[in-house]
Design a binder for this molecule. Sequence first.
Ligand SMILES: [Zn+2]
Length: 408
Amino acid sequence: MKCRHCGAPLTHTFLDLGFAPPSNAYLTQADLSKPEKYYPLKIKVCDQCWLVQTEDYAQADELFSPEYAYFSSTSSGWLAHAKRYAEKMTYELGLNAQSLVIEVASNDGYLLRNFVAAGIPCLGIEPTDSTAAAAEQLGIPVLREFFGEALGQQLTANGQQADLIAGNNVYAHVPDINDFTRGLKAALKPGGTITLEFPHLMRLIEQAQFDTVYHEHFSYLSLQTVNRIFAAAGLRVWNVQELPTHGGSLRVYGCHQEDSRSTQAAVTSVLQAEVLHGLQDLNTYFKFQPRADKIKDDLLSFLIEQKRLDKKVAAYGAAAKGNTLLNYAGVKPDLVEFVCDAAQAKQGKFMPGSHIPICDPKQVNWSELDFVLVLPWNIASEVKAQLSTHLKSGALFVTAVPKLTVSS
Ligand SMILES: [Zn+2]
């Protein structure tokens, strides 16, 4: 296999999680009596451009079930993050009724609704029908397409070049990152701004966030690699911000290469931090697997211990990262009785691989539980605040990453 950015042969494995079903392939009751497909889940690192990427495997297109949809608006923290972003960009870029904001992977309109409310024209690009329909209900025009160079050129031909192109948590999920980046270039007005948010590889490594690895997550990105990918497409990263979202993300600000804005000191400082964290040293990557294994072993020992003590353990949040963790650890419903999740689309279904049932948090008798394993550790404080009053006294919260933590 060759690197998806630079084409160099990929010879180094960063992480091998064995085989796993697609993390978003939630099962119905009827599915439980059918065979389930598992795909290899292996991550490679390129020693030329340092792009960390999933290994190719056969029948990858089967992974993306059109039935599944994550609705961004179900997280109140994420909605607030989107609102602050929209206000900041409107102010800094002086956006008004003559501007155009394009969001790639606009989901259910969680972000663009803020621009609609401010009277700023916008366009969402979203291939998933159910979320696109929800955005349209909010008055957001949506193109139901996958984004890439061809669509970028088509937008320009239609006079729809953007003053601002936003992409939140889409960049790491595109299979052809070069084509996607050329699309950004094509759809950007002269003087326009691109912002992309993605989990920062430096934080993934630092905090052993191995559960953020799943098949649909093609790339694990550092600033230096994104810099290279942008440059190859005729773009430039001129600013960057570190964000606390998803365990530590970057928001990069891009422009055309020849844009008059100068590159900010923050770019140099994040690039230096990445070097200090060993992101350009293969040994850093080779040391990661044992850390992931320890987290897996500690969680499994803890759950087995609770089972022996006859304690009741349930989980909160049927997120993709939960599936990676539970499947790598081989956890089944005898160790975690159920998972609850606020997303209606998942309720009544079963977690892929582990077959743990997913239920509505409103129907849970919280006072029966001894432990709540919070799978999306990035929103653990939000979950704790919501649940602590419902739990019996002495009941505890558990998170597995970056290390097993049991707390009230
Ligand atoms: Zn490469």
